[in-house]
Design a protein around this ligand. Structure first.
Ligand code: HEM
Length: 161
């Protein structure tokens, strides 16, 4: 049975579903790359979204090759479109974002970043997600390895369910 959407989740409802697409990444310290991505947002009637993302390097022909980054977490919704995002990465990084959702867009900046001893020196992130027509687009900026906050990724995904 499909649970009823919690009213606080309404400003985030545009994210719900499974998405597939591709994006580009780069940073001053690395070679730029293309990646394929699958994202899933679901809910169980409580005021949060359950989120997972998986990515793969794209080869010359555009086929999914080696796995790249994954992340998973919870998008906590509050009255008035306030959002808190709790996110875990297999790279030894955990982050908490705060932000605001409205008009099929959500913008988030890190409030707290924690790293294991062996994680890369990542200090801050900024994410913007929004509908582009029927597609989900996002841009991700980060501050890491001594660099100022700047673009690491952007992608566009189509809803597959
Ligand atoms: C769609 C998701 C992502 C993809 C496809 C991706 C891909 C990559 C790739 C291919 C590299 C260069 C090679 C490597 O070090 O593995 C890289 C570097 C890096 N990424 Fe990401 N990344 C993603 C998300 C993230 C996120 C969410 C963070 C931070 C929480 C992050 C932080 C970094 C850092 C710190 C580096 C190292 C830069 C350096 O070594 O100078 N990435 N990423």
């Amino acid at each position: 049975m499909e649970p009823e959407l919690h009213p606080d989740l309404e400003p985030l409802a545009f994210l719900l579903g499974d998405w597939e697409g591709a994006g580009v990444g780069g940073y001053p310290t690395i070679e730029s790359f293309r990646f394929g991505q699958e994202i899933s947002f679901s809910h169980i009637g409580k005021p949060y979204l359950i989120y997972t993302s998986r990515t793969w390097r794209l080869d010359e022909e555009g086929n999914l090759a080696a796995p790249l980054a994954r992340e998973s977490g919870y998008w906590r919704a509050h009255p008035g479109g306030k959002v808190e995002l709790v996110l875990a990465h297999p790279t030894g990084i955990a982050e908490i974002y705060v932000g605001q959702a409205a008009f099929n867009r959500v913008e988030l900046v890190t409030d707290v970043v924690a790293r294991t001893e062996t994680a890369k020196e990542y200090t801050a992130g900024k994410r913007l997600y929004g509908l582009i027509g029927e597609d989900l687009g996002y841009a991700y900026d980060m501050a890491a390895e001594g660099q100022s906050l700047q673009s690491h990724l952007s992608a566009q995904l189509k809803r597959v369910s």
